[in-house]
Design a protein around this ligand. Structure first.
Ligand SMILES: Cc1ncc(COP(=O)(O)O)c(C=O)c1O
Length: 398
């Protein structure tokens, strides 16, 4: 009998990927499912990016690259940050990985371990606490209330800091809530971490998807000296509709980048050479595609949130960024749907999938019981029909 290690036994599958798998299973039985569980743009990757990949393949860029990414891509990333944020960094500070999720894993392994505490504002992206736990460090959850737009306050963070605190995890715009911190709020966090001398992992993967006019902010640039304490995370997955290409990156102090490069060189070697070439085209090519996808996401957000708000018993604040609606469904707990009693967000979402064939993700997966997440990264037509079905199902509650 093969025994499973203590570490592996403690790791649960990603709830969002598990929800997607459940929908696929129903579909394979011929059921028409409205799958609003996955956080990936439905747009095809823009043509010029695909062409760059084809050219890379045909010109023989099909071999190992340096573990931390090609000099060309790291140069393109550095130029992109200079252009958008006036951030000065060199290629030695950049590590390109197999998606931003991998970048977060590398950063956590490089920075924290048993005995350390990592502060995670909630609701949080589904993988944060598991990725922290895998290092042996302890996730310390700080709740952001719906009344405060799902944002935490600097005062709350200050109270959570202990002598063991090593890292604060920030994510703006947020998955799952779409919350966007203002520049002033981020400045207050910046001052706090500079004073407390703790590191920040700033996950900025949705930086180009903001709808309320707040300019994107790169946390590391907000105060002098902050670069020395910050690992910036981003990638091409969400901005350029490139989830399957698996390219993410970190920008960090050189010593941290070197440690992450070493870890990566042992674990996975380099990210895909062809995807790296495509990512250069994404960053250096025309950027109109980003704006037009953002406009469409905004229209979908407005459609979905208007519909949700009008539904009895649902409270849905308007998200300012990313492509998720995060709404309160707790008024339905204790009610029955077709004889099935719903008691929490997991049983609510399961009954909704099985009976209405609308696939949402339970708030408990994001550290926020009482809520459900809907990804609106799908066509308006599908969203519209899914909303009709969802409302009809809600009305069947007794
Ligand atoms: C907040 C957040 N960070 C990181 C990631 C991972 O991105 P990638 O697909 O590049 O690994 C996601 C993906 O859903 C996300 O929502």
């Amino acid at each position: 009998m093969l025994g499973i290690s203590k570490l592996a036994s403690s790791v649960l599958p990603s709830a969002t990927l598990a929800a997607g798998a459940k929908a696929r299973q129903l579909r394979s039985q011929g059921v028409k499912v409205f799958d609003f569980s996955l956080g990936e743009p439905d747009f095809p990757t823009p043509e010029h990016i695909c062409q760059a990949a084809i050219t890379a393949m045909k010109s023989g860029q099909t071999r190992y690259t340096p573990a931390q990414g090609t000099a060309e891509l790291r140069g393109a990333i550095a130029r992109w940050y200079k252009k958008f944020y006036n951030l000065d960094c060199n290629a030695e500070q950049i590590v390109v990985s197999n998606g931003a999720k991998h970048s977060i894993h590398n950063a956590l392994v490089a920075l924290v371990g048993p005995g350390d505490e990592v502060i995670i504002p909630t609701p949080y992206w589904v993988s944060y606490s598991d990725l922290v736990s895998m290092t042996g460090a302890k996730p310390v959850l700080v709740p952001g209330s719906m009344a405060n737009g799902f944002r935490v306050t600097p005062d709350q963070i200050k109270k959570a800091i202990t002598p063991r605190t090593r890292l604060l995890l920030l994510n703006s715009p947020s998955n799952p809530t779409g919350a966007v911190y203002s520049r002033d709020e981020l400045l207050a966090f910046a001052d706090l971490v500079l004073e407390a001398k703790i590191a920040v992992l700033s996950d900025e993967i949705y930086e180009r998807l903001i709808y309320n006019g707040t300019p994107p902010a790169c946390f590391a640039t907000l105060r002098p000296g902050l670069m020395d304490q910050t690992v910036t995370i981003s990638g091409v997955s969400k901005t350029y509709a490139m989830t399957g290409w698996r390219i993410g990156w970190t920008i960090s102090p050189e010593a941290v980048a070197k440690a992450m490069g070493n870890i990566q060189s042992q674990e996975t070697s380099n990210p895909c050479s062809i995807s790296q070439a495509a990512a250069i085209a994404a960053l250096e090519g025309e950027q109109e595609c980003v704006g037009s996808m953002r406009l469409e996401f905004q229209a979908r957000r407005d459609l979905v949130c208007t519909r949700l708000k009008s539904m009895k018993g649902i409270q849905c604040p308007l998200p300012d960024g990313a492509f998720y609606a995060f709404f309160d469904v707790s008024s339905y707990f204790g009610k029955s749907f077709q004889g099935k009693k719903v008691t929490d967000s997991a049983s609510f979402c399961l009954a909704c999938l099985e009976q209405a064939h609308v696939n949402l993700v339970q708030g408990s997966a994001f550290g926020a019981e009482g809520f459900a997440r809907l990804s609106y990264a799908t066509s308006r037509e599908i969203l519209q029909s899914g909303m009709v079905q969802f409302e009809k199902w809600l009305q069947s509650a007794v």
